[in-house]
Unconditional design. Sequence first.
Length: 719
Amino acid sequence: MRACQCGIQSVTRPKTRLELSFTKSSFYSMPCEVAARFLILYGSQRGQAQSIAEEICQQAAEHGFTADINCLSNQHKYNLDSEIQPVVFVVSTTGDGDPPDTAQKFVRKIKNKSLPHNHFSHLHYALLALGDTNYANFCNGGKTIDSRLQQLGAKHFYATGHADDGTGLEVVVDPWIEGLWDALKKTFSSMATSDQQDTDLSDCTQDNFHKNASGQEKYKSDLEVDLHLLKLSETDSQKGKAITSDSIDVETLSTVLVASLKQSVPPLSESALNVPALPASYLEVRLEKVSTEGETVPSDKDGYHEVSISKAVQLTQDDAVKTAISLELDISEQNLAYQPGDAFDILCPNRASEVEELLLRLDLQTQKNCAVQVNLLKNSSKKAAKIPLRIPQNGSLQFILTWCLEIRRAPNKAFVRALADFTQNSSEKRRLLELCSKEGSADYNSFVRDANVCLLDLLRAFPSCLPPLSLLFEHLPKLQPRAYSAASSSLQHPGKVHFVFNVVELPARPEHPARTGLCTGWLAGHVSSILWPLGTVPASERLGTSAQPKVHVRPRPSSTFHLPADLSVPVVMVGPGTGVAPFIGFLQQREKEREANQEATFGETWLFFGCRHKDKDFLFREELERFAHNGTLSHLIVCFSRDEPDAAGTINRPTYVQHNLSLHAKNVASILIKDKGSLYVCGWVQNINSLTFFFHVYGHILLTRNETISHDFTGMQRT
C-alpha cells in the first residue's frame, strides 16, 4: 500500500508457499540429511557481488540446501583451513583489476608465501567472478583468488563463471546459478561417507547425469519435484495455481505479431514459466515531517572535494556525430595530487525531472521533503539482513532519490520479479513474470537490459504496478560516481586537471524516450553557461565572467597506467576517439621532462589515433601536431573513417586504427618486444585480444629469424 501522509509505510506482501508433488519412489530415495550445508563467501565493492551471493543463499533452500553466507572481510566468522563443505565465492573487480576492498585482507592472507602447496587440498569450491570488458584486466579480482586457491591445492567442483557487466551480468550469472545446484548435488554425493551413501541418491554414476543444450551437466535423480508457486489470500483459503498462461484472463490479451516490452508472442506467451523466488522483504520505511533543508550533495566522508570548473571547451564541430567537451577543474585549493594516467571520480545526480516523475508515480510528491528513516522489518526471512549503507538516515526522500540511488539502472530479474507482485492487472503481471523467467531471458535481454530500460520506464509501461517505497530501497543500487581519465599533466597545468567526455546520446525507442547519458548529459548542461565552441576564443580568454559551476571529485590513482620511470623506454599508445585523453597528459608530461632533461635519452613515442572526420572530431589536433613538430611525439599515426579519399592513389588508405596497426605492426612489435617497450590502450578494450594476437604473430616472425628477443610480449605493460 502507499502511505497518503508522512508516517510509517506498512506493507504486507502476498504470502507464498511451495507445493511439492513427489513420484512414487520419492520418499525412499531421499537422503537422510535433508538440507546439506555449504558456505557462500563474497567480496563486493559496489554491492553487486553481495546481491548475487544473497540471491544464491535465498535459492539454496528451494533446492534442498542450507547456506551460510559471509563477507570475505569477516574472517572471524569462517575458517577455510578446516572447511570441509563446499564453498561458493562471488567476487567483483575494482580499480585496475584489483580484488574489492572487502577481499583485500583475505587475498593477502592466502598469498602468504609460507603456506604449503597443499594447504587447501581439502577444499572444494566454485567461483563466480564479476567484471567489465570495457576495462582492462577483466574479472581479475576473482581470477586472482581462483588462481591462488588452485596453487594451494583447492579443487573446483563447478566451472568458474566470468560475468561481464559490459554486456549484462545476468547473461552469465543466471545460467551459472542454475547449474550450481546440480553441481552441488553431485559434490555432496561424492563427498558423502559410506553410511550416508546407503541410499538410492548416493548411487551416482555418469548415467545419472545428462547434458543440456549448452553442454552443462544436469543431475537426474529418482526424486522428481514439481514446484508450483501458490499465491494465497490472507486466510490461506484461495486455491493456488501454477503460473501459466491459462491463469491469465485471455480476453485482456491483445493479439500481437511482434514482441515488445509490454507484450510477448508465442511460444513464450503460451508457456508455463519458471520464475525466480520472490525476494524476501526486509526494510520498513518511515517518512517524517522534519526540516531537511540544506542538503545538496552527499557528505565528503568518502574523500570527495568540491572544486570549480574553470574552463569548458567543445572539442568537436556542431555537425559532428558526437559532441566532445573538455573541462578544466581548479584543484589548487584542495591541493590534490595526480599523475597522467590517473582518473577522477565525478559525483552526478539523477535528473530532477525523472526524480519528480518517479515521486509522482509513487504518489509521494507531497512528501519529498520528509525525512527518511529506515529500519529492518521484523520477522523477515532474509538472511543476514541489514540496512543498506547507500541510504542515509534522516535524509529527505528527494535527496535520496537524487543523489543516493541509481534510478536509471536496468532492473535485474529479482527486482522485476518483486515488481510483478505489486502489479494489479493480470496481463501486465504475466508480462513482468515472463521478463524475469528462465523462458523469457531473450525478451529480458532485448527489451530491458539492451534497451537501457530503467525503473521509471517499467512503471510507464505497466501502469498497474504500484510498488511501495521500501521495495525501491531494497532493490535500487547505489548511485555510483563516474570515472574520467586525467587529460593533462600538473607539470604543464599546475593546480588544474583536465578531462574529456563525449555526451552520450540515447535515441528514442519504443521502451523509453530520447535522453542523454546520466553523467555526461548532466555535465553538458551544468557547464552550458561557460561552454566555448571550438576555435571561437583564444585560450587565454576562455575563462569568461560567468559564475563557475562546481562539481564534487575524488582522485582515483592508477597502479599501472603511468609512463615508465625510465625515460629511455619507448612507448606505444593506442587511443581512438576520447581514448586519446590520457595520452595528452602523457605527452604534456614528456614535453616538460624533455625541457628539464635535455641531455637525457628518451625512448620513441608512438600514438595511433582515429576518428570519423579530420575537420569535425580530430580531438586535440593542434596540440598533437605541436607534439609531433617539436619531437615529443615521434610518430603520430592518424586515420579518419568517414572522410572521402582526397587524392588519387589514396583509395586504400587506412580507415580504422587497426588498419594502421597492421601497416606498422612489424616496427611496433620490434619496439615492444626487442626494446622492452610499453603498450597502452585506452578506449579500444574490445579489440585488446585481437591486438595481443597481432603482436604475437609478429613476435613469432622475429623469433623464426633468430633475432634476439629480450622481452616477452606477455610481460609488457598492457593497460
